[in-house]
Design a protein around this ligand. Structure first.
Ligand SMILES: C[S@@+](CC[C@H](N)C(=O)[O-])C[C@H]1O[C@@H](n2cnc3c(N)ncnc32)[C@H](O)[C@@H]1O
Ligand SMILES: [Zn+2]
Length: 188
């Protein structure tokens, strides 16, 4: 399986197509990538800001859509990842206009987290977020695909690639090794 957004807790989504509107946010140009989501008003820590909605699909269907995504990317089209990993059998494809949360970008120092609560995925504020600040969460991408996803979050803690927070120490080692190999190859 290619790239999917990973949650720490994984429970099945029961009602996949709920309206994902929120009074806390607006969306528009991002300083990280393409479009993004910003706080409209001050968001208190712990707020359920917006629900991440979409279509519940099997792993086989997710795999098929991932291949289409990669092919689109090779043709210069939209290669954004919108699929969330739900459980061993199902994923959630958030590629629908109703799902405003799909526009939230990744950061290595995120101000939100994604969490499942009673079978629904919520984006929750990790701290107080002032109006105008861009909302971000940790996409939790797998380490093995690190080269495919350079990170432009701009945080002082940025690891350079979009990889799950708990794997970033391994990522830093891999990046160091890759750079050393490049230097040795350039000298010889
Ligand atoms: C779900 S979309 C997020 C919304 C996206 N900015 C847009 O305009 O549609 C996920 C994609 O945004 C991009 N992205 C998100 N966070 C990023 C980051 N920190 N650095 C670089 N690209 C990022 C990647 O291409 C990723 O596959
Ligand atoms: Zn980063």
């Amino acid at each position: 399986m290619g790239c999917v957004v990973r949650l720490k807790t994984k429970r099945a989504i029961k009602k996949p197509l709920r309206a994902a509107l929120s009074r806390w946010i607006s969306h528009g140009a991002s300083s990280i990538h393409g479009r993004g989501v910003r706080a409209r008003v001050l968001i208190p820590a712990g707020t359920r800001v917006v629900e991440y909605t979409g279509e519940r699909i099997t792993k086989a269907e997710a795999e098929r859509r991932e291949k289409l995504r990669l092919a689109r990317g090779r043709r210069g089209g939209d290669d954004c990842v919108y699929i969330f990993e739900l459980n061993a059998r199902h994923d959630l494809d958030g590629r629908t206009r109703r799902n405003v949360a799909r526009l939230i970008n990744h950061s290595c120092a995120p101000n939100c987290r994604a969490e499942t609560i009673r079978g629904r995925i919520w984006i929750i504020a990790r701290r107080e977020i002032p109006p105008g600040e861009e909302l971000t969460f940790d996409y939790g991408f797998a380490l093995k695909e690190w080269r495919l996803h350079p990170c432009r979050c701009g945080s002082p803690k940025c690891a350079g690639y979009i990889v799950s927070g708990w794997q970033r120490w391994r990522l830093r080692r891999l990046v160091r090794e890759a750079r050393a190999l490049e230097r040795r190859t350039a000298i010889n």
